[in-house]
Design a protein around this ligand. Structure first.
Ligand code: NAD
Length: 475
């Protein structure tokens, strides 16, 4: 019998009437079961979170920080067990799973230092004018399957630090590590402040529409983000949406192909390309296109695609069957249209497991589906450009606006281009570095609001202004 993982509701580990299977994408075997919650379990979690909010909203900064640091410590102390479990449900290689687990502990620790100070707008003979932030209430957190632990922590910790309580729903594809963490922290967080419940996608809209929930913080696809915005409109819930991206990397002619090839490779292929901020369109100046594309392909040939639990694997399987089929469909479409491949394009022959060979395309057109859509898989389209203004236009010609990168020997030039890109984050000569203290969020259809830093914390609060008239008009 496979291990059954329970939910955390009101400080207790509980199950529901039914169970959902969780599959290892490396071999398609069932590795665990989680409760299949519906409205009854959600109502219990909401009741617990509402009750807990009554006292947690007035807790001190030190109390909140102690709880969040206990969460960080529990993750760190059990990192070995957790990263192995994460690889088995998510597919990412052990080294990348380790990074996520330690990254989540680091994120919890860093965000537990964040404080929103009260602001005195005016204090003179006439009046005292204070601006304070008050917690929104009960938060519904909904997360995807690509970084299940990191995403869960980056919702739970700021919710607690702002004085809110939370009900978190992991993706049905990757709930195991999060529920193991739930078990580890059950006696470290005050009952009802953190509730973690699992269910099919259908549990998502129940959370979005629940009248006992005051705010939704969501990470996932743009399509689901739109449904959440609609569902949350009934009672005007506050929302934060971290959505998809189709991030462009621009490589200028003064970049050294030997130095950037490996980094560019990983900017597209880490986590098998299933990263919202992965480089999904790579524009290379025509002067260095041949040399750089050959160097990337050469590096890629030595990267092993396989089971993330095996030593030496660089790129794991796609996390789930639906996404696997979508990536294969985009590759098939590129083949049908006669686009050139530098690498890949063939189906993996191994049989079980959702493996897609590393795929690099050679200068496909801008309107190719594999360029215009978010691939979210181990696919890298390389495109040629000759003029900076033209490439900025091409990079910005997207409904998405999450992140981007510029690779150049001249960082001033890089900044000049960065300032013209319509995205929430731009890196120059690196990729995916995110600070827990800088706001992270998308422009256009990549999101709504921000996470991280004080900007992110504010999203869990309302502003409240209290004005005291000093020259006595009453007595
Ligand atoms: P998804 O939108 O399918 O699912 C995300 C979560 O929403 C899951 O927990 C799912 O069960 C739930 N859900 C599904 N339908 C729902 C509904 N109608 N109402 C409420 N909840 C619902 O996304 P996914 O396939 O799990 O994740 C991949 C997507 O996430 C990609 O587009 C990727 O770019 C994006 N992503 C964005 C960020 C970011 O920070 N911007 C980070 C990671 C992933």
């Amino acid at each position: 019998m496979v291990t059954q993982y329970k939910n955390l509701i009101n400080g207790e580990m509980r199950h529901a009437d039914g169970w959902l299977d969780v599959v290892n994408p490396a071999n398609e075997e069932v590795i665990g079961q989680v409760p299949a919650c519906g409205s009854e379990e959600l109502d219990s979690a909401v009741l617990a979170a509402r009750e807990a909010f009554k006292s947690w909203k007035t807790s001190s900064f030190e109390e909140r920080q102690a709880v969040c640091q206990a969460i960080a410590a529990a993750i760190k102390e059990n990192a070995d067990e957790l990263f192995r479990l994460l690889t088995s449900e998510q597919g990412k290689p052990h080294a990348q799973a380790q990074q996520e687990i330690y990254g989540a502990a680091g994120m919890a620790s860093a965000q537990s230092t964040l404080k929103l100070e009260e602001e005195i707008i005016q204090d003179d003979d006439t009046r005292l004018h204070r601006h304070r932030r008050v917690p929104v209430g009960v938060v519904g957190g909904i997360v995807p399957w690509n970084f299940p632990v990191m995403m869960a922590i980056q919702k739970i910790v700021p919710a607690l630090m702002s004085g809110c309580t939370i009900i978190l729903k992991p993706s049905p594809f990757t709930p195991l590590t999060t529920l193991r963490i739930a078990e580890l922290i059950a006696d470290k967080v005050p009952a009802g402040t953190v509730n973690i419940i699992t269910g099919e996608d259908a549990l998502g809209p129940m959370i979005t529409e629940h009248p006992g929930i005051d705010k939704i913080t969501f990470t996932g696809s743009t399509a689901t983000g739109k449904k959440i915005m609609e569902g949350a409109s009934a009672d005007l819930k506050r929302i934060t949406l971290e959505l998809g991206g189709n991030d462009a990397s621009i490589v200028l002619p003064d970049a050294d192909p030997k130095k950037v090839a490996e980094q560019l490779f990983w900017s597209s292929f880490a986590n098998a390309g299933q990263i919202c901020v992965a480089a999904k369109r790579v524009y290379i100046h025509e002067d260095i296109y041949d040399e750089l594309s050959a160097a990337i392909a050469e590096y890629a040939k030595n990267v092993v695609v396989g089971d993330g639990a095996e030593q030496g694997t660089g790129v794991g399987p796609i996390q789930n069957k639906k996404q696997y089929e979508r990536v294969l469909e985009l590759i098939e479409d590129a083949k049908d249209n006669g686009y050139k491949f530098l690498l890949g394009g063939d189906k993996d022959p191994s049989g079980s497991g959702y493996y897609v060979p590393i795929t690099i395309l050679d200068n496909p057109p801008e309107d190719a589906r594999i360029v215009a859509e978010e691939q979210f898989g181990p696919v890298m389209p390389l495109m040629k450009f000759s003029d900076t203004d033209e490439v900025i236009k091409r990079a910005n010609a997207s409904d998405y606006g999450l992140a981007g990168a510029v690779w150049t020997g001249d960082t001033n030039k890089g900044v000049e281009i960065a300032e013209q890109l319509e995205t929430g984050t731009v890196w120059i000569n690196e990729y995916m570095h995110l600070s827990p203290f800088a706001p992270f969020g998308g422009h256009k259809q990549s999101g709504f609001g921000a996470e991280y830093g004080k900007e992110g914390l504010k999203e869990f609060t309302y502003p409240q202004v209290i004005t005291v008239k000093k020259d006595n008009v009453v007595a």
